[in-house]
Design a binder for this molecule. Structure first.
Ligand SMILES: NC(=O)c1ccc[n+]([C@@H]2O[C@H](COP(=O)([O-])OP(=O)(O)OC[C@H]3O[C@@H](n4cnc5c(N)ncnc54)[C@H](O)[C@@H]3O)[C@@H](O)[C@H]2O)c1
Length: 319
C-alpha cells in the first residue's frame, strides 16, 4: 500500500484541478500538473494567483509558494514521482476510466483519487490493474477554501488507501467525510441535486426568478445551513421539544406534494430563462469579480464557523 503523501500530482487543471493545485501549494507542497489543453498552464496559474490572497488569509504553510507548481508535457512525467494523484478530468466515465488506467501504468504505488461529482469508483477503476489504491476524493468549489472532501471507496478499494487519503486531506486543512456506501452522487451532491431540481421547477413554472430563488436561500435557509446543516437546524425548529416535536408537528407535511422531485426538461426556453436570470443578477460583474467577492466572504464565514463550533476542531467528518 502507498506511503504517506508528500508529493502530489494534479491531472486535469480546470476549475477543480487548479483549485486542488492552489490548496496543495498553500499547504506548502510541490505540485506536478498535466492537462491536455494547450492554454491550461496559463489558465491554472491565473486561477492560483487570484486565489492566493484568500489562501494567505486562511493561513499558508511555511515555504508555500505558487512557484512550486510544475507543468509537464506528458502525463507519465507528471504522475511518476507522486504519492497522491488527484484526477480532475471532465465528468465522462470512459474518459476517466482510460485516464485512470494510464495513471495506473505510469505510477504503480500512488494513491489515486478522482474528483468525480458522482460517478462510482468501482466503475471508474475498472481498467486499473491496481484498483486497491483508487478512491473518490470529491471536493467542493472553491477547493482551496471549502474544507469538505467526500471519500468513497469502490468494491476493490483497500480501506488503508482511504485512511491514508483521509490523513493527508486532514493534514492540509480539509474535513474528510468517508461515505459509508458507494452510491452515485454521494452525500452532498445528492442533497444539492434535490434543491437544484426544485429551483429549476420554480423558474420553469414562473413561480420565481433565479434571483428570487437565490434570495430564499441566501437570506433564509442558507445562513443557517452554513453553521448547523439540515438536521441540527430542524432540531431547533421543534423548540423545547427538539427534533421529536418537530417531526410530530411538521411530519404530516412530508406527505403533501410540495416538491416535484423529478427534474424538468432542460428546454431551450428554460436554459435561456436560467442563464439570462443569472446574467441579470451578475449585473455586469465578471466571473473573476464574483469569485473574489465569494472568496472574501468564505474566509470570514469559515472563521465564524470555527468561532461558534470550536469543539468541532479535529473531528474528521463531523462539524
Ligand atoms: N465544477 C465543480 O463545481 C465541481 C465540483 C466538484 C467536483 N467536480 C468534478 O471535478 C472534475 C473536473 O471538473 P471541472 O469543473 O474542473 O471541469 P473543467 O471543464 O473546468 O476542467 C476539466 C479539465 O480537464 C481537462 N481535460 C480534458 N480532457 C482530459 C483528459 N483526457 N485528461 C485529463 N484532463 C483532461 C480539460 O482541458 C480541463 O482543463 C469532474 O469530475 C467534476 O465532476 C466539479
Amino acid at each position: 500500500m502507498a506511503k504517506p503523501v508528500k508529493r502530489t500530482a494534479v491531472v486535469g487543471t480546470g476549475v477543480i484541478g487548479s483549485g486542488w493545485a492552489a490548496r496543495f501549494l498553500g499547504a506548502g507542497l510541490d505540485v506536478a500538473a498535466w492537462d491536455p489543453a494547450p492554454n491550461a498552464e496559463c489558465k491554472a496559474r491565473v486561477v492560483i494567483e487570484a486565489a492566493w490572497p484568500a489562501i494567505s488569509r486562511r493561513g499558508i504553510a511555511p515555504g508555500a509558494n505558487p512557484s512550486r507548481l510544475t507543468f509537464h508535457a506528458k502525463l507519465e512525467d507528471c504522475v511518476a514521482g507522486a504519492d497522491l494523484v488527484q484526477e480532475s478530468a471532465p465528468e465522462r466515465e470512459t474518459l476517466k476510466q482510460d485516464l485512470l488506467s494510464e495513471i495506473d501504468a505510469a505510477n504503480p504505488t500512488a494513491i489515486v483519487a478522482s474528483s468525480t461529482s458522482g460517478l462510482l469508483p468501482s466503475i471508474l477503476s475498472a481498467k486499473m490493474s491496481r484498483p486497491e489504491r483508487m478512491l473518490v476524493g470529491h471536493p467542493f468549489n472553491p477547493v482551496y477554501l471549502l474544507p469538505l472532501v467526500e471519500l468513497v471507496g469502490g468494491d476493490r478499494t483497500d480501506p488503508a488507501a482511504i485512511d491514508i487519503a483521509a490523513a493527508f486531506y486532514k493534514s492540509i486543512g480539509m474535513r474528510p467525510l468517508p461515505v459509508r456506501k458507494e452510491i452515485v452522487g454521494f452525500i452532498a451532491d445528492r442533497l444539492m441535486e434535490a434543491l437544484w431540481r426544485e429551483a429549476l421547477w420554480l423558474v420553469n413554472d414562473n413561480v420565481a426568478t433565479t434571483e428570487e430563488v437565490d434570495a430564499a436561500v441566501v437570506y433564509g435557509c442558507g445562513l443557517r445551513w452554513s453553521l448547523m446543516g439540515t438536521f441540527l437546524t430542524f432540531h431547533l425548529a421543534g423548540g423545547e421539544g427538539g427534533m421529536r416535536h418537530m417531526l410530530h408537528q411538521f411530519g404530516p407535511a412530508l406527505k403533501l406534494p410540495w416538491t416535484r422531485l423529478v427534474a424538468p426538461e432542460l428546454t431551450g426556453e428554460l436554459i435561456d430563462k436560467v442563464a439570462d436570470g443569472c446574467a441579470e443578477q451578475a449585473a455586469g460583474r465578471s466571473i473573476q469579480e464574483l469569485e473574489a467577492r465569494r472568496d472574501d466572504f468564505l474566509v470570514e464565514l469559515l472563521a465564524l464557523v470555527q468561532k461558534y463550533w470550536p469543539e468541532a476542531e479535529g473531528r474528521p467528518g463531523r462539524l
